[in-house]
Write a protein that binds this ligand. Sequence first.
Ligand code: GCB
Length: 622
Amino acid sequence: MGSRVISNSSCGRSARAPLIGNIEGRNVKSLNGTWNALIDPNQQNVFNDLFHYAERNHKPAPGELLELTIENGTTLKVPGDWNTQDDRLFFYNGKVWYKRDFQVAKKEDKRYFLHFGAINYKAQIYVNGKHVASHTGGFTSFNCEITDAIADGNNFVVINANNTLTNSDIPTSRTDWLNYGGITRDVNLVELPKAYIENYKIQLNPDNPKEILGWAMINGASSGDIKVMIPELKINESFPLENGKAEIRFKASPEFWSIGNPKLYDVELTYGEEVVKDLIGFRTIKIEDSQILLNGKPTMLKGISIHEEAIGADGRAHSYEHAIELLQAAKELNCNFVRLAHYTHNEHMLRAADKMGLLVWAEIPVYWNLEFEKPAVLEMAKTRMDEMIGRDQNRVSIAFWSLGNETPISDARNTFFRALNTHVKSVDDTRLTTAALVFGGEEIGKMAKEYYFPTMAGEQFDTWDIHIEDELASIVDLPAINQYFGWYYSGFLAPQAKIPPLKARQVMLDNMSKIRFHIPGDKAYVFSETGAGARRGISGNEEDMVIFSEEYQALVYKKQIEMWRNQKGLVGMSPWILKDFRSTMRQRQGIQDYWNLKGLIDDNGNPKKAFFVLQDFYDEKN
Ligand code: GCB
């Protein structure tokens, strides 16, 4: 059982505090709604002007000349990205100031916190004119204590959100998704007792499924007992605190949570006057003999990748309803597994996946090329992981922690991943680690030389062997491969083989069933991405292979499926992607218009032809 996640933040009565686990199970008041906002594109001195008025919580009087003040500025909905709330902010990367008033009936024997589901990317928080916390990282939750900063009655909070990304950030500014800015997830005011349950972990012992293991941390007291109750299992046990932490261990034989039977138990933790309620499931996940075993049973991962964008509602998904709609679409596809790419999704997704019986791959935005050689970048990645695990460690659906996506091979990068993998294992050993490997141009070049040219010269090959030579495959428990046969790779093959692009695509498709992947150590692996772009409504004959037609996308899926059937050690897949998503990289006018079109459903949830191809394949695997 891994150790507790320790937040790197400073702790005080008005400061960023260690993450409060299970925010849903606490006494909260939502601060969602319409907030005042001021755009600060030039990043010049707005703070001072704003602060001048904000300090006094100045409300403009009729006839008063105020220009740069938030009360006279625009408004934005929270939670929500700014890009899709105002056309002028669609491409905006920079600072926006937010403000809202809130009331507190302040009690002397309580402590007060602000909890943020996520703010992208950097956040500065001020309460009643006082700086109380800062946070970096656009996809994880954080909270700050404001007990000493608030008064009984009216208070106000000012937040500066800045979504500017640099080469030293995680992610960097180069991403194939829209860098949605703002307070993108729920904001809550939290009232807690002086000594409260900070966080806890309650999971099945991975080595003994008849035992439950975990820990609980108390903030504000170091001794006493913490009580754990699972009424349905007749568990009612107390565990003593030592230096504020209790080790939890008891015998139990819970019914397993599984894909067909997502059994969750009511779990109650009590410390002093505080009772925290949660819904927790129990299962084991392992890899043995090149198979994924869920509760000891071989399980094929029939998956789909998902970005955090709502169906039929522009922008970042942020509600439980959005989560249900996305996961429902995955279920219609006959999935039992979702890859939540490429960053930590909101907590609603995990709660919904727990209830719907979907296995989850959870990821941090270590994406493409980071400054892997910099120790600070590794520390940042560890913090992203700690924050994700600290929030989600009791979500039974999460089977895999993904360390990163398509990172170019180098010694520095391998050292980085070895350290990150060891770190994750030390924090949580009830899940498996994974990472999506890049497979691309170089390999295709090699294939062209080794296979295509000799074949043209008359020599016949029965198989196209692809040997994955990336050390990362050995570092993680479950290697995952992103491959785009039938889509990008013809673009590499055509110049190598000196054939026209259309011919290159034909060669690829004709030969896909001959491809055989070989993974170091013959480990079990998944295809974490594959796919092709199609704009719903564009059609063409399959034989014509019209780019962006639904028929061509469907053809690529058919050929992929033929290939999947021939792979040894392939234990699942999560093709790219459930729904079309916004990306500023996709600028083909009249077709893409800033959308990545590899979705199996369009933005409004309408299925494309390939949806049914994958749906049938997954159905057959039932
Ligand atoms: C990839 C990336 C993913 C992209 C996708 C694409 O390999 O991992 O973030 O969106 O390809 O559509 O090119």
